[in-house]
Design a binder for this molecule. Structure first.
Ligand code: C2O
Ligand code: CU
Length: 437
């Protein structure tokens, strides 16, 4: 298939709001949902019709390094007018997504992304399988997209949090269901910075996958499905409401800013309810199991930002004060080093095929969704306490001043990014390279 990246005039609420300068893959925002069967090979030709360089990163897919889409580190960026062919196997089923890795804070922020669904050979039986790509836009009072991408306030604080959430590129209207049906909802958080905590208005969603990876089906803590930037959650939602009823899905993550995302609205008449209501776990994927007993341990510390108390860090080989950093648009560091681009010396070199436990320390006053490329890891502990279900993930949301331990086998050779997926934090220095050799 072909993905064509271009600038397009698009309104997020046609007829109500003016068009904005969005950057999009063929067909608008989000780009096409790519659906393929587990074990198959994907071949995508990307054509760059933007006025600047771009790449495509296949978030969460365990691709060979040369297909990872990291500019200068794994490939030369695709120049305006240029093209690049991505081709790789899909070893694991699940919900993934694709997006540029070049100036992501603006390229993703203007709409360049789409969902990638890798289907199980034997999927769970549901009445409907739906993808919800959640986007967050900062709109001006006119309804046009604000173009203050990468401003220093966003970099130093919680990133570019907008004021308008869309679902699959439009202001969500009702989600129409019939009583009794079972729906698989694949949530993709494509926002630069917004974290969602969705409540399903009296429904009891079960989480069956995190970041596309099967997890023992369970209800979310407190009934809220929390999903940080770049993360995915697969839910099974049973339509247990009465025909004709309505139920609000609300996002309550930011205490002062709760809002109604959309309503679940029931049509008449009801569907026939299946006899077997148990939710079966998804078939396992193919990641090798880390051996924690023999695993080598390393600490990765994330520091900086407002109210983080960081005095300075190493930037381009020299010691820089926080003030020097801010002048360069930087505010964050990983193990005391500020990234100013994707090419840098690895902070760790891991032995190919060996097991590792990385202790990720958030030494800041902000949440960070930390993403590792090329691998999927188990989240094994939080703040020293074993994590229930030890879920496989590729992005883990770490609250302020908390610590998360992840375990994985370094089985994919190459230089891989580890970075915050709040894209303004990433651009502001919160990025590092881990080498597997
Ligand atoms: Cu979704 Cu390094 O990115
Ligand atoms: Cu961050």
């Amino acid at each position: 298939m072909i993905l064509l990246a271009s600038s397009q005039r698009i309104s997020l609420a046609p007829g109500r709001w003016p068009e904005s300068d969005l950057w999009a893959y063929v067909g608008g925002v989000p780009g096409p949902t790519i659906r393929v069967l587990q074990g198959s090979r994907l071949r995508v030709q990307v054509e760059n019709r933007l006025a600047e360089e771009t790449t495509v990163h296949w978030h969460g897919v365990r691709v060979p390094n040369a297909m990872d889409g990291v500019p200068h580190l794994t490939q030369a960026p695709i120049p305006p007018g240029g093209r690049f062919v991505y081709e790789f196997d899909l070893p694991d089923a699940g919900t993934y997504w694709y997006h540029p890795h070049q100036r992501s804070f603006e390229q993703v922020g203007r709409g360049l992304y789409g969902a990638l669904v890798v289907e199980e050979a034997d999927p769970p039986v549901v009445d409907r399988d739906e993808v919800w790509v959640l986007s967050d836009w900062r709109l001006l009072p006119t309804g046009e997209l604000s173009d203050d991408f990468g401003n220093m306030f966003d970099v130093m604080h919680g990133g570019r949090i907008g004021n308008t959430v869309t679902l699959n590129g439009v202001l969500p209207e009702d989600f129409r269901v019939v009583a009794g049906e079972r729906i698989r909802l694949r949530l993709v958080n494509a926002a630069n910075a917004r974290i969602f905590a969705l409540e399903f208005g009296g429904h009891r969603p079960f989480i069956i996958a995190l970041d596309g990876q099967p997890v023992e089906p369970h209800e979310p803590e407190g009934g809220r499905v929390v999903i940080g930037p770049a993360m995915r959650v697969d839910l099974i939602v049973d339509a247990i409401g009465l025909p004709g009823s309505r139920h609000a899905i609300r996002d309550t993550f930011y205490r002062d800013l709760p809002y109604r995302l959309l309503d679940i609205a029931y049509d008449d008449p009801p569907a026939t309810v299946p006899d077997d209501l148990r939710i079966k776990p998804l078939p396992p994927n193919t990641m090798p199991e880390p051996d924690e007993a023999s695993a080598e341990r390393h600490v990765i510390a994330f520091a900086g930002g407002m109210m983080g108390g960081m005095k300075g860090a190493t930037m381009e080989g020299t010691q820089a004060s926080m003030n020097d950093m801010l002048k360069r648009g930087m505010a964050w560091a990983v193990n005391g080093i500020v990234s100013t681009g994707h090419v840098m010396d690895p902070i760790l070199t891991l032995g190919h095929g060996h097991s590792y436990v990385l202790e990720l320390r958030n030494e800041t006053a902000w949440f960070h969704p930390i993403h590792l490329h090329g691998h999927v890891f188990r989240v094994v502990a939080r703040n020293g306490r074993p994590e229930p279900r030890r879920p496989w993930q590729d992005t883990v949301l770490i609250p302020p001043r908390e610590t998360v331990e992840i375990a994985f086998v370094a089985d994919n050779p190459g230089d891989w990014m580890i970075h915050c997926h709040i894209l303004e934090h990433q651009a502001g220095g919160m990025m590092a390279v881990i080498r597997v050799a």
